[in-house]
Design a protein around this ligand. Structure first.
Ligand SMILES: *[C@@H]1O[C@H](CO)[C@@H](O)[C@H](O)[C@H]1NC(C)=O
Ligand SMILES: *[C@@H]1O[C@H](CO)[C@@H](O)[C@H](O)[C@H]1NC(C)=O
Ligand SMILES: *[C@@H]1O[C@H](CO)[C@@H](O)[C@H](O)[C@H]1NC(C)=O
Ligand SMILES: *[C@@H]1O[C@H](CO)[C@@H](O)[C@H](O)[C@H]1NC(C)=O
Ligand SMILES: *[C@@H]1O[C@H](CO)[C@@H](O)[C@H](O)[C@H]1NC(C)=O
Ligand SMILES: *[C@@H]1O[C@H](CO)[C@@H](O)[C@H](O)[C@H]1NC(C)=O
Length: 492
């Protein structure tokens, strides 16, 4: 029994020693606690997950090259016990893990790649040193004797997370890891937005306003900022003394000594956590109902509030719902569309969306039909409110049958119709045919020349000719890319 235990301990120790250094590289403890001018290091891809470059005084946080989504690379500050990234330098444009990235500090901290050059920089010409504080804040400081002035700090440029005591101002924004969702601070509120392409402004899907704004928020008394407080809330402040608003977490006012963080996650939900010594304990889930997540069922999806199940607005079940760009018409040469109507659908963020009072369903639909920037509309029969949707349709919720949904859906493939839409398609067809004919000619030519080479007794193993799938591929893949590039250029 005892021998068995010892064996276990030995195996554990060995596996610890084998896996641990791979994760942490040469060990967080041996990473520098300060980086001075002249520092330069290149990414070493033999570290499997994280190459530590700088440590904080407590050894809890570390700055280094982090592997992201198995194939990408970013500069990050991580919480070592959980290996979660609290800050990332360049989340919108991460590098490939295989890229030859380097980090240098010469007054300014610069992340570059040998092929593309500078990718990210703090643009602080005269910093003297780079330090990681025990709060996870990375700072570039200018020294004057023993006194340090902060020229730049990572706390001012959050990625998807705010940690305890980090000030969040209206000049900053949190972006979910996939960059689809953001959190911003307004004059007296903070809100969550969905960023959609199609040239539209981000759509607000959740908002928290400070209570009793008029009493507490004095105009011209300095900006509002928000901060995760150690007592378990997100406070909005105008002056340091007292918060003008308290947005409590589950552990509000309970004695928790672990680090707290607030993260905007890739499903669009904002969640708070605290570190209990072994796991991140969830402490807040801002959007409690799944159907209220703006994209939970994807584009043209429909969420059932009773069981949170997803379906499609057009009842299609196979191949998913309609493609996200189905309602994009502005500048697209007056493409034809058909109308999809569906009763009993509603917006989860109804109270945040602008509406108009109209006399009838026809008026609501008509105003949308004639406006190319309108993707659809929802009409409330009881109140006469018309909600135009001037952005790509995402998930709607099933609701009262008196709510009538109207959606403009592009008519795909050829067929009837006319006008500019047809001209555009004809042009695409011509371009596509030319590309196809060119490819076919080229294929025939290479086949012919290879045959000739073969006959001449040269390398015969290379005979491939046109692969059987070429015709089909050309028809779908390259044709689609033509269409895509077309609508992309028109959108701009
Ligand atoms: C972090 O550093 C500050 C000052 O630099 C110090 O007051 C505080 O006690 C430190 N906290 C921890 C957890 O070490
Ligand atoms: C947050 O803002 C307050 C008030 O301006 C300031 O006193 C404090 O030092 C700031 N904290 C950080 C980490 O920048
Ligand atoms: C942290 O939470 C987990 C799961 O609830 C629990 O198993 C663990 O004991 C907790 N750790 C501490 C130090 O409280
Ligand atoms: C989809 O199914 C629902 C319920 O079965 C039905 O009321 C609705 O008319 C259908 N919609 C379409 C567009 O087929
Ligand atoms: C079209 O819709 C957009 C967004 O709803 C609106 O701002 C614009 O004024 C409308 N244009 C016309 C001509 O009605
Ligand atoms: C809409 O309201 C009108 C009158 O307010 C009523 O006659 C009509 O039946 C309602 N339609 C639906 C689908 O509920």
């Amino acid at each position: 029994m005892a021998a068995n235990k010892q064996l276990h301990a030995l195996v554990f120790l060995l596996s610890y020693l084998v896996t641990r250094p791979a994760w942490f590289g040469n060990g967080a403890s041996s990473a520098a606690q300060e980086i001075r001018k002249g520092f330069s290091v290149t990414h070493d891809s033999s570290y499997s997950e994280f190459q530590s470059l700088l440590a904080d005084p407590t050894g809890v946080f570390s700055l280094g090259f982090l592997r992201v989504d198995s194939s990408q690379l970013d500069l990050a500050v991580i919480h070592l016990p959980s290996s979660s990234a609290l800050w990332r330098a360049n989340p919108a444009r991460p590098l490939l893990w295989s890229a030859s990235a380097s980090l240098s500090f010469d007054g300014s901290l610069v992340l570059s790649d040998s092929r593309t050059g500078v990718l990210w920089s703090t643009a602080t010409a005269d910093g003297d040193r780079l330090v990681l504080l025990n709060s996870s804040n990375l700072q570039i400081q200018k020294m004057a004797g023993a006194a340090a002035t902060v020229l730049w700090q990572s706390f001012d440029f959050p990625s998807d997370t705010l940690v305890q005591d980090q000030n969040f101002t209206s000049t900053a924004a949190l972006f979910s890891k996939d960059q689809r969702f953001s959190m911003r601070l307004g004059a007296s509120y903070f809100a969550l937005y969905m960023d959609l392409d199609g040239g539209s402004t981000p759509v607000m899907y959740w908002k928290h306003s400070a209570l009793d704004v008029k009493v507490l928020i004095v105009p011209d008394e300095g900006p509002i900022y928000a901060r995760v407080d150690a007592h378990g809330f997100l406070g909005m402040y105008q002056k340091e003394a007292a918060p003008v608003d308290v947005f409590p977490f589950d552990s509000f006012n309970r004695e928790i000594s672990g680090l707290r963080r607030l993260t905007l996650e890739s499903d669009g939900n904002l969640r708070a956590y605290y570190w209990n010594g072994s796991i991140w304990v969830r402490d807040l889930e801002t959007i409690a109902h799944r159907c209220e997540l703006p994209a939970v069922c994807g584009a043209y999806g429909l969420c059932n509030s009773a069981d949170s199940r997803c379906s499609c607005l057009d009842n299609s079940t196979e191949e998913g719902c309609l493609p996200p760009g189905s309602g994009h018409f502005c500048g697209d040469g007056g493409s034809e569309f058909r109308i999809l109507r569906r009763n009993g659908v509603d917006l989860a963020n109804q109270e945040l969306v602008a509406y108009r009072k109209v006399a009838s369903l026809e008026e609501c639909e008509g105003s949308c039909e004639q406006n190319c920037s309108c993707w659809g509309a929802i009409y409330h029969n009881a109140s006469g409110f018309c909600y135009p949707l001037d952005y790509p349709i995402q998930t709607l919720v099933e609701g009262d049958m008196r709510r009538e949904g109207y959606f403009k859906v592009r008519v795909r493939t050829s067929g009837g119709g006319g006008g500019a839409g047809r001209t555009a398609r004809v042009a695409l067809l011509v371009v596509g045919s030319v590309v196809f004919a060119g490819a076919a000619l080229f294929g025939a030519y290479s086949l012919w020349s290879r045959r000739r080479q073969m006959r001449a007794g040269m390398d015969g193993s290379m005979v491939e000719g046109l692969a059987p799938g070429s015709y089909k591929d050309l028809n779908s893949a390259s044709f689609r890319s033509l269409e895509l590039s077309n609508s992309f250029s028109l959108r701009k």
